[in-house]
Design a protein around this ligand. Structure first.
Ligand code: NAD
Length: 377
């Protein structure tokens, strides 16, 4: 089986899909790996390192796409690249399948089996392939470091002969994988950390990291079977904003990571809440790429409103590209090797397997994923 690894094409993408150690894991199992020249250059990885790992280099991207039985990459392909893929091949990457209808339909039309990394189920068996978690964890860390750098104060308490500096206050809204890592990072830097999430189970997790859980009574919130947050009613979201406003007024840094799986992110911070903050405070909105948690945040920009810096930088895991690539690369090789048939030296596409059933979007000319089908109904 030929596994093709094209370069990432987005100009702001600093990560790479596979690093040489993962390639070696695949070639050791008999996979024929072909990579596009320059694959790891943004991380300082030379082509020779991939070649030493047993892969072949290609300078012809179209030929690489046309000959691969399986394509591994990080970002979704451009629409016009789908027609270049080999009929019946497997394509694995992030796909944004809830929103990318045209892309998904093109995969089906060209008889490609498209596997979406966002749709890997959040189960114990799938943890090693869970790219949402690996990237969110690093994003949580990177957000705090970025906010700390943009704040004109320090995070820890400091006692000096010239006086005592009190610790900065960090408020994390949304404490899933990214938010919990943000709690841990801000605590390690010495800040006082408050956090809120609509899923009540999160309270204990925040407290175990040394954060204080902000109690806001929203009535019944709960979570979906998959562990994701449910959307709040307009009344509940209003109560949430009211409850958060006091905490925000005292905070130096607010980090928002609130997401609703497959849907637009909720606005959890409105302009009046931003205006209640002290000038010089910093907000980082991780959800900016899926609609934004903060009124007035702009993707790819830092906006200043009433002296408050609202940071909407995109691709937060890309700020720590080396580790993010290591983790994503491991997620990919774990996924491929989980279903690798060493004798046949090929990927065994078990359509009834729980994990694959969750993340295969198109197969045999059809949209086959129930969740995506239902979202379109
Ligand atoms: P996510 O990125 O979908 O959302 C981030 C957080 O935002 C979540 O904690 C969610 O509850 C919260 N949120 C949504 N609306 C909000 C609002 N209005 N206000 C404040 N917070 C709000 O979440 P995630 O980090 O991808 O985690 C999703 C679920 O998957 C969690 O239950 C997590 O524990 C679970 N998970 C399980 C595994 C595993 O078992 N293998 C691995 C990773 C995550």
């Amino acid at each position: 089986m030929i596994i093709g690894i094209p370069k990432e094409t987005l100009s702001d993408e600093t990560r790479t899909s596979l690093i040489p150690s993962s390639v070696k894991r695949l070639t050791d199992q008999g996979a024929e790996v072909v990579f596009e020249a320059g694959l790891g250059l943004r991380l300082g990885i030379e082509d020779s390192e991939y070649i030493d790992a047993g892969a072949k280099v290609s300078t012809d991207r179209d030929q690489l796409l046309a000959s691969a039985d399986m394509v591994l990459r990080l970002r979704k392909p451009a629409l016009d690249e789908i027609a270049k893929l080999k009929k019946g091949s497997i394509h694995i990457s992030f796909l944004d399948p809830f929103n990318e209808h045209e892309l998904v339909d093109a995969f089906a039309a060209h008889q490609i089996t498209a596997i979406s990394m966002e749709m890997i189920p959040r189960t114990t068996r799938a943890q090693k392939m869970d790219a949402l978690s690996s990237q969110a964890s690093l994003a949580g860390y990177a957000m705090v470091i970025l906010a700390a750098e943009r704040l004109d104060k320090i995070l820890p308490m400091m006692m000096t002969p010239a006086g005592t500096i009190s610790p900065s206050r960090v408020f994390i809204i949304g404490a899933g994988v990214a938010g919990l890592q943000a709690v841990a990072t801000a605590k390690r830097l010495g800040a006082r950390v408050d956090a809120f999430d609509t899923r009540p189970v999160v309270k204990e997790q925040v407290e175990s990291l040394g954060g204080k859980f902000v109690e806001i009574d929203l009535g019944d919130t709960g979570q979906t079977e998959g562990g994701y947050a449910k959307a709040l009613t307009p009344e509940q979201i209003e109560l949430q904003r009211l409850g958060q406003k006091k905490v925000m007024a005292q905070a130096d840094i607010v980090i928002t990571t609130a997401q609703l799986f497959g849907r637009k992110a909720p606005i959890v911070v409105t302009t009046d809440m931003v205006e209640a903050m002290k000038p010089g405070s910093v907000i980082v909105d991780l959800a900016v790429e899926s609609g934004g948690n903060v009124e007035g945040s702009v993707a790819g920009e830092e906006v200043i409103h009433n002296g408050v810096k609202i940071i909407g930088l995109t691709n937060m895991p890309g700020h720590v590209a080396m580790n993010a690539s290591q983790m994503y690369s491991a997620n990919l090789h774990n996924l491929v090797l989980e279903y690798w048939d060493k004798e046949q030296a090929s990927f065994d596409l078990k359509l009834d397997d729980d994990i694959l059933k969750g993340c295969i979007i198109t197969h045999d000319g059809e949209l086959v994923n129930d969740m995506i089908k239902n979202s379109r109904a």
